[in-house]
Design a protein around this ligand. Structure first.
Ligand SMILES: NC(=O)c1ccc[n+]([C@@H]2O[C@H](COP(=O)([O-])OP(=O)(O)OC[C@H]3O[C@@H](n4cnc5c(N)ncnc54)[C@H](OP(=O)(O)O)[C@@H]3O)[C@@H](O)[C@H]2O)c1
Length: 261
């Protein structure tokens, strides 16, 4: 049976991949975001603001599942609460919620607190739910590497950060599989194929982009949990296959092609 699925934040990094996979799977797709951006043909775009509680009802109408990819630096808990209330009124679709590995071990700061609270709201929503905690996306590491490489001679990189980043396209595929299946509660964490450090990721970026910088590891205050591995997935996690090096090759080729077009 063809399913109708709402992707909140379907124009973001993760959301775009989710939308493409759902379209490929033959689903009817709704997208909810604050700003109109290009979406694939046939996708129904709903302009709304989850945080303000605006424009949610039409987007959740007649959907069998919601993949909740919307996020912003502040207010994710309130946004999730508003989504859950509208979804419950619209017939209680399966709510699939991406979250972040290790958030319960990190020092409490705004975004992490909001993400933890959002998880609690999903768990207590009364809706059928699935939560998938994932590690940092390669896209995010790439953007940060690019910023660090702007330092002309020496780049300060967080010291001892243990990470196991993942390709957001593979996360998108996993979220779609979960959304089209039975509610799973807390699914196994998902991460990329290898654990690394921020310093090593940045060194690989420099090598792939033929840049030379002195890499200066800098101890970040309050980062002890991250240095002890809080961002690494729990045993038994789902492992994606794309490596950081493969991602870099693909992304740099894509960027070069876009520049020469
Ligand atoms: N990035 C990572 O490394 C990473 C790692 C682990 C987990 N995650 C999780 O993955 C999810 C997606 O992250 P992402 O990096 O793909 O985010 P993103 O690229 O910043 O995209 C955010 C999306 O949410 C929409 N949005 C923001 N505020 C909204 C609001 N109030 N109402 C409706 N839509 C809103 C944005 O569109 P508009 O601005 O137009 O509204 C955009 O489509 C989040 O739950 C995040 O915590 C991310």
């Amino acid at each position: 049976m063809t399913q109708t699925v709402l992707v909140t934040g379907g124009t973001g990094r993760l959301g775009r991949g989710v939308v493409a996979r759902l379209v490929g799977a033959g689903c009817h797709v709704h997208v909810l975001a604050r700003h109109v951006r290009d979406t694939p043909p046939g996708v129904a775009f709903f302009r709304g603001d989850l945080r303000k509680g605006e424009g949610i009802e039409p987007a959740v109408e007649d959907v069998e599942a919601i993949i909740h990819c919307a996020t912003s630096t502040t207010g994710d808990a309130g946004a999730t609460r508003n989504l859950v209330i509208a979804a419950a009124r619209a017939g209680s679709p399966h709510l699939v919620h991406p979250s972040i590995v290790g958030i319960d071990q990190m020092a409490a700061w705004g975004y992490v607190e909001q993400k933890l609270e959002a998880e609690r709201i999903v768990e207590g929503s009364g809706l059928p739910w699935t939560i998938l905690r994932v590690t940092q996306f390669y896209d995010y590491c790439f953007e940060n590497s690019r910023k660090l490489a702007r330092f002309p001679v020496a780049a300060p990189v967080p010291a001892g950060f243990a990470v196991q980043p993942v390709d957001s396209d593979e996360v998108a595929a996993r979220l779609v599989d979960l959304a089209l299946g039975e509610p799973a509660g807390r699914a196994a964490d998902m991460a990329g194929p290898s654990a690394s450090s921020w310093v090593d990721l940045f060194r690989s970026y420099l090598s792939a982009t033929h840049r030379h910088r002195l890499v200066v590891p800098v101890r970040i205050p309050g980062s002890r949990a991250v240095r002890r591995g809080a961002l690494l997935p729990a045993p038994g996690h789902t492992t994606a296959t794309t490596t950081w090096e493969q991602f870099l090759t693909k992304r740099l080729q894509h960027n070069a092609a876009a520049e020469s077009a």
